[in-house]
Write a protein that binds this ligand. Structure first.
Ligand code: OSB
Ligand code: MG
Length: 369
């Protein structure tokens, strides 16, 4: 296939409710939606999931915009590309910047699947007809709000609940939740809020039968997580620290984690994600698909990835309703009894709602071969 034009849609979507983690409260989301058009007139969709500020990883919507416009789009436009795996060498001119690369790569995977007449799941080698859904619950103003969010998630059948924690809202929060819900599958995500000086506190967290604790230490660390993992029976899951298959290899071999939260954007795309899944399978490490408070386009990519056999735990793949009054894809992502159906139609398996996309668009940029 040959991409003859690319349109970048800069959109802004307001969250139904603010989402708070240890570093930031997200109230609205800016995305760059990538529309890639081939010489045959087919359209593929990708999404840039970077935040406005670099509180999660170093990329932002602005750094991604620059890379897409000045380097990544020019490197593929008008060029014959038979398989999205070819992008790795084409993009090798740009060090790191995985979210920028992934935004464009996702559109090419959509096109590739369509061209072969396959669902994205099948094109990736996915097998599951349904994927397991978990939910991530942000920090709340008070216990009542937290319990009501948990109750609602349980009613909707989510397979596991992830709770954000931060210093001051950690042991107190988890112990209360554990007392109230003795048997549910819960895990905690610290988004890098602790250091090894907090070892005693982290040891205490070890007593609450958590499925795992996600990214307790620095966003870029592997060494101290390996030291910590030796002290805990609870599995450590790495999120921010893993930005490539090579990072995953090092983390696994160093013993820095026993679980990986795999986010397509954070690792540079679906091709890199598949490498990480293969590695986890070979090394016997648990892996699940994370989210970025994203639109239906990213959710479609993530559902397809989660349909692969190596993904062995429920992901942060909540319903459209969880974040948005209105999404840019149809139909809505629906969680039923804790599962989401893997779409079977060619490509993403969701349609782009052009009216919704237009309604959220601040501006657009067009590139031609
Ligand atoms: O740490 O996994 C995280 C959202 C934004 C940035 C980082 C994280 C999260 C989530 C929610 O936990 C994921 C989602 O539901 O999309
Ligand atoms: Mg996380």
């Amino acid at each position: 296939m040959k991409i003859t034009s690319v349109i970048l849609h800069y959109i802004q979507m307001k969250l139904k409710n603010p989402f708070t983690n240890s570093f930031s409260t997200v109230k609205d989301r800016h995305f760059i939606i990538v529309e890639a058009i081939t010489e045959d007139g087919a359209t593929g969709w990708g999404e840039c999931v970077a935040f406005n500020q670099p509180w999660y990883t170093e990329e932002t919507i602005h750094t991604c915009s620059y890379l897409l416009k000045d380097l990544l789009i020019p490197s593929i436009i008008g060029r014959q590309i038979d398989h999205p795996n070819e992008l790795e060498s084409i993009f090798a001119q740009v060090r790191r910047n995985p979210m920028a690369k992934s935004a464009l790569e996702g559109a090419l995977w959509d096109l590739y699947a369509q061209k072969r007449g396959l669902s994205l799941s099948k094109a990736l080698g996915g097998q599951k007809k349904q994927v397991e859904a978990g939910i991530s619950i942000g920090l709340k103003k008070n216990d009542e709000e937290l319990y009501s969010a948990i109750d609602k998630s349980l009613t909707q059948g989510y397979k596991r609940i992830k709770l954000k924690i931060k210093p001051g809202q950690d042991i107190s929060l988890i112990s209360k939740v554990r007392r109230r819900y003795p048997d549910i599958a819960i895990m905690a995500d610290a988004n890098s809020a602790y250091t090894l000086a907090d070892l005693d506190l982290l040891r205490e967290l070890d007593q609450y039968d958590l499925m795992m604790i996600e990214q307790p230490l620095a966003y870029n660390d592997l060494y101290e997580h390996a030291l910590l993992q030796k002290e805990l029976k609870t599995k450590i899951c790495l999120d921010e620290s893993i930005q490539s298959a090579h990072d995953a290899l090092q983390a696994i071999r160093f013993g820095s984690c026993r679980v990986i939260n795999l986010k397509i954007g954070r690792v540079g795309g679906l091709s890199e994600s598949i490498k990480i899944l293969k590695l986890c399978e070979d090394e016997g490490v648990d892996v699940w698909c994370g989210g970025m408070i994203e639109t239906g386009i990213s959710r479609a990519h993530t559902i397809a990835l989660a349909s692969m056999k190596a993904v062995n735990l429920p992901g942060d793949i909540s319903s459209t309703q969880n974040y948005w009054h209105r999404d840019i894809t149809a139909p809505e992502v629906v969680v039923s009894n804790g599962y989401i159906d893997t779409p079977t139609s060619p490509g993403l398996g969701f349609d782009i709602d052009r009216d919704a996309l237009e309604a959220f668009t601040m501006h657009k940029e067009r590139f031609h071969a």
